[in-house]
Design a protein around this ligand. Structure first.
Ligand SMILES: [Fe+2]
Length: 220
């Protein structure tokens, strides 16, 4: 019997269907199309997400709430053992948006409850100047439960968040990361700067390497 401390059976079954379908696909367009077709089934399962939210409140072990993620309100629900995809939950307080960023993998996202606003940008510079990017907003839209949206790795530059007055519960399914594995780019659109956003482990390891390699600190 499934208890709130274990990964819910319906989530496992969804992930099995997802893994089976993705394992036969060889390009990101097909992967996005396949997962976009599956996502409505997952995000319409309110009892599942009620159980997940209750599991968060009671600190269910499978949710690994202590595991540091790239974004504060992110919870990893499932990682495919062959790294084909992961399923993540995001909780957005009213008015909260993430910084403008790109991605390091394809992804399909959609709200379970509440509204999700997506603001898309494109670069207008030639990309040759290190650390510099000039962005132009191209469009913005708000999606509701039952609707989905996709990202295409570094091609997608956007910010997402909650334009409403209630909390937004959102699911993202991301594919295998591309080359820069534990890093994406953040964009300061006022000062036209690019800054790295590291996965927490990578950020700590970089700092440790910096400390070790600084001869003035006398660790060697
Ligand atoms: Fe994003």
């Amino acid at each position: 019997m499934t208890t709130s401390s274990e990964t819910p059976q319906s989530l496992l079954e969804f992930c099995k269907t997802c893994a089976t379908g993705l394992s036969g696909l060889t390009d990101d367009d097909a992967r996005i199309q396949f997962v976009s077709g599956l996502l409505p089934q997952l995000i319409s399962d309110k009892p599942l997400f009620r159980g997940i939210l209750e599991g968060m409140v009671t600190d269910a072990p499978y949710l690994e709430l202590r595991y540091a993620t790239m974004f504060d309100s992110e919870v990893i629900l499932y990682r495919d053992p062959f790294n084909l995809f992961s399923v993540r939950l995001f909780l957005w307080e009213p008015g909260i948006f993430d910084p403008v960023h790109d991605h390091n993998a394809w992804g399909v996202i959609g709200p379970v409850a509440g509204e999700l606003e997506i603001v898309n940008f494109r670069r207008t510079d030639d990309g040759l100047r290190e650390g510099y990017a000039h962005l132009l907003e191209t469009d913005r839209k708000t999606i509701l439960p039952g609707e989905s949206y996709h990202v295409r790795g570094s091609e997608t530059i956007h910010k997402t968040g909650n334009p409403g007055s209630r909390i937004t519960v959102q699911v993202s399914i991301y594919g295998r990361p591309q080359a820069k594995k534990d890093q994406i780019n953040g964009f300061d659109i006022i000062h036209h700067r690019i800054f790295p956003i590291y996965a927490p482990k990578t950020r700590k390891q970089r700092l440790a390497r910096q400390a070790l390699s600084d001869s003035d600190l006398h660790f060697s």
